[in-house]
Structures are given as C-alpha cells and as structure tokens.
Design a protein around this ligand. Structure first.
Ligand SMILES: [Zn+2]
Ligand SMILES: [Zn+2]
Length: 421
C-alpha cells in the first residue's frame, strides 16, 4: 500500500537548501506502519532559538562550526548526507493501515485493534512503540524504536502524506467527545510544543526542593526563551498555580519571562494577559541583562525553565538560580561542554533536568492545559499561532520566505496546510 505522489518540503543538506518538490508517496514498509494524509503540519524553531528539530540543530551547527564538522555530525546520524522531508508535527487522517491492524490483539496497544481508515489523528513528534520498557514507564521520548519525524532517519510532516512507524503506539486518535470544538491548528500544538512547555514546567515543579518552597513561599521562577515553546511553558506555569501541579494558589509567585527580543516579550505579555487574571502571580518581562539586574536586587529564583538550547541561555539559568534550585532544560544543546562546572553545581546544590519531552506519555495531562486555555492556543494576534498558510508557489519561494521570516523573528509559529493553494 502506498500514497500517491505528493508535495513535500525537502531539505537538501549540507547547505540550508529548502525546496518544495513533488515526490513518490510514502509506502507501508512494516506491518505496524500507518499512512496519514496530513491536514496541518508545522515547524517552530530557528537556528538561534533552536528547539527539537534535528534539521535546525544541524543549521545551528552549520553557523557555529566548519562545514566539515557538520558533515561528520550528519554522517554519524545517518551514514550519509541525504535530503529529507522536514517537519515533525502533524494532524491528519488515516488513509492506509499495515497488516498488524484490526486483529484484536489484547497484548498490544489498543490502536492495533481499533484504528480505522478515516480516523483523525495527532502524531507526537517522535515515534514510540508503547510496548518497550521505556514506554511502559512513561518515558516515550526514549522508546527503543524512537525516531524523530522530519529527520534523516524518518520523512517528516511538511508533506501531503506521511508514514508513521509503530503507529499503534505513537498516534493519538482525535475522539470527537474528548476533543470537541478544538480546531486543527490548536490540536497541532499537542504534537510537540504544548506538551514540551508543560513538561519543562512539570519537571521543575515536581522536584522535592520545590515542594518545600511550595509550603514556605514565596515562589520565584523564570522562563528563559520566549519562542513558541517558551510561551507554552509560561502558560504551563500560570496554569499550574491554580490547576493541578501547584495547588497552593495562595503562595505569592513571581515569574521572570526572559528573552533578548522585545517583540517576543511583548507577545508573552499578551499571552499572559489572557491567562493570569485569576492568579496571584506577577510576571516581569526582562532582557537577559535586566534579568541579571533583577537577580542582584532580589536574590534569584527557585526554578528556571531553559527553553533555548544554547550555552548563553543555560549560563543565565545558572546565574539566576538560588541554592537548591532546579534548572529544567528543554532546548537541544549542541555545544560540546556545559557553561558551568561540577563545582559550580555543587556550590549551589543545583538540580538539572535535561532532554526531550515524552509527548505520548504525558499527552492527556497536557491536553487538559489546552482545554483550560483554548483561546491562548488559537490562531491570531497575541496568541501562540500566528497564521495558517499553504505551501504557496510551486518553486518553494513562499516556503523559504516563511522560514526566513521566522528565523528573523518577524513571525511566530506558522502552521502549514499542505492542501491549501
Ligand atoms: Zn517504546
Ligand atoms: Zn517541535
């Protein structure tokens, strides 16, 4: 079974050469595969504020290192530098099922028995089988079969069709009762950035040291990096103050929202205005220098969510943290060393939490955040998504312009509808 020829956004490494091309449709190559017709997909990261996407990590390295090093890193991952379809977030419709499906196998994840052609699905940005030891523990980001969508090892979602391996463990079916009224672009945030922002917050607030502060307050926390994922973390913090993770809403709380970009800070203030009215939290919007000044006056914070993935952001997180503080780092770090020593960490009793969000494992928890703040996670001015666009001109010029605008900070999160003209 295979999908028809389709349009796809393809990166041709090692240069940052992005093209819109018509290519062969994906095929079922394993009994556990599913082919999904993509309704909406996106990318959200940049070389400077890089997040999860491998292609962007490669670009970041491209900027920082000599081309030969990029080549060697890519070779380490793939054995070659070959082109691949970009994009790792999608909502779509099942159009073909491998032979593992429809067989009522009680020992496997439920979708192997229940998934049907025509089902609407969300795919988290990494493959997870739902059956290995790591998946069983709730660590789906490190599934034994993990693959990153939109990387040299697996074709991505900026296309009209995509093959999802281990789909019975990976996909989430959009049940109309559970998801009623949530538009597709908002559902798309569930593929990565909303759970990822929430995960960064959860990793900090569930730490035992933070439990102590919860009893003794006042709480001071920071979000470093206010790109789309950082905004999701900001909403996650505000949400946690009254709903769930952080149940003592009487504790006075200060949140530092830190980013060098004024426009990102302004967007953060719009997002905050839509969620904070019920909570006793004050948010300070600061540049990195202003954050250091704030720290000199006020003595630092108990937790930092570091959403950027470079050493200047991580060093700022260390500088801002109080003794026994928690740094929850969600950015993809490509630098060879951390910007502090073991001794630095010892001297402040800092706890570090690093790594990729297990989207599939925490999906239901994160969905509750989306349901509480549907307007914030919508499309438009002051919301997390800027706009929904088609692939545009057949020569790929519109796609390239969108990428360039994002990288320059002109636009925020942009969602692609691969069927829109
Ligand atoms: Zn697994
Ligand atoms: Zn992402």
């Amino acid at each position: 079974m295979s999908a028809p020829r389709h349009k796809a956004v393809i990166l041709h490494p090692p240069a940052r050469d992005i093209r819109l091309e018509e290519v062969e449709g994906p095929k079922i190559t394993d009994p556990d595969d599913v082919i999904v017709k993509v309704t909406v997909s996106c990318r959200h990261n940049t070389p400077t504020i890089s997040h999860i996407q491998l292609s962007s990590a490669l670009w970041a390295m491209w900027k920082r290192f000599a081309p030969l090093q990029v080549l060697s890193i890519s070779l380490r991952h793939t054995g070659s530098v070959k082109e691949f379809i970009m994009g790792h977030e999608l909502v779509g419709e099942v159009v073909a099922l491998g032979s593992s499906y429809g067989n009522d196998v009680a020992s496997r994840p439920l979708l192997y028995s229940t998934l049907r052609i025509g089902d609407k699905v969300i795919s988290p940005f990494t493959v997870s089988c739902g059956e290995c030891d790591n998946c069983a523990l709730g660590f789906s980001a490190r599934c034994a079969y993990s693959k990153l969508l939109g990387s040299p090892s697996l074709s991505g979602a900026q296309a009209q069709y995509i093959r999802i391996p281990k789909a019975g463990g990976t996909l989430v079916v959009v049940d109309p009762n559970q998801f009623s009224g949530i538009p597709d672009p908002s559902l798309l945030l569930m593929a990565d950035i909303l759970p990822t922002g929430y995960f960064a917050v959860r990793s900090a607030l569930r730490h035992p040291n933070l439990e102590l502060i919860k009893r003794n307050g006042p709480l001071r926390i920071a979000v470093v990096g206010l790109g789309p994922v950082g905004l999701c973390a900001l909403v996650g913090f505000l949400d946690s103050l009254a709903e769930g993770l952080w149940d003592s809403s009487s504790t006075q709380c200060t949140i530092l929202a830190v980013d060098p970009s004024r426009s990102r800070r302004e967007r953060a203030s719009h997002v905050r205005d839509a969620v904070t009215c019920r909570y006793p939290a004050s948010v300070e919007y600061l540049s990195p220098d202003e954050a250091n000044e704030w720290k000199a006056k006020n003595g630092g914070v108990h937790a930092v969510c570091e959403m950027v993935g470079n050493n200047s952001a991580l060093r700022l997180a260390y500088d801002l943290i109080r003794p026994f503080g928690v740094i929850s780092s969600i950015g993809v770090h490509t630098a060879p060393n951390l910007p502090f020593t073991g001794g630095d960490l010892y001297d402040k009793n800092v706890s570090l939490s690093f790594g990729r969000c297990p989207v599939r494992s925490i999906f239901d928890e994160a969905l509750e955040v989306l349901k509480r703040w549907p307007e914030v996670f919508g499309v438009g001015n002051g919301k997390i998504i800027d706009k929904v666009i088609g692939f545009g001109a057949a020569d790929g010029s519109d796609v390239r312009r969108t990428y360039a605008e994002f990288d320059e900070g002109i636009c925020g999160k942009v969602v692609f509808d691969p069927w829109k003209e």
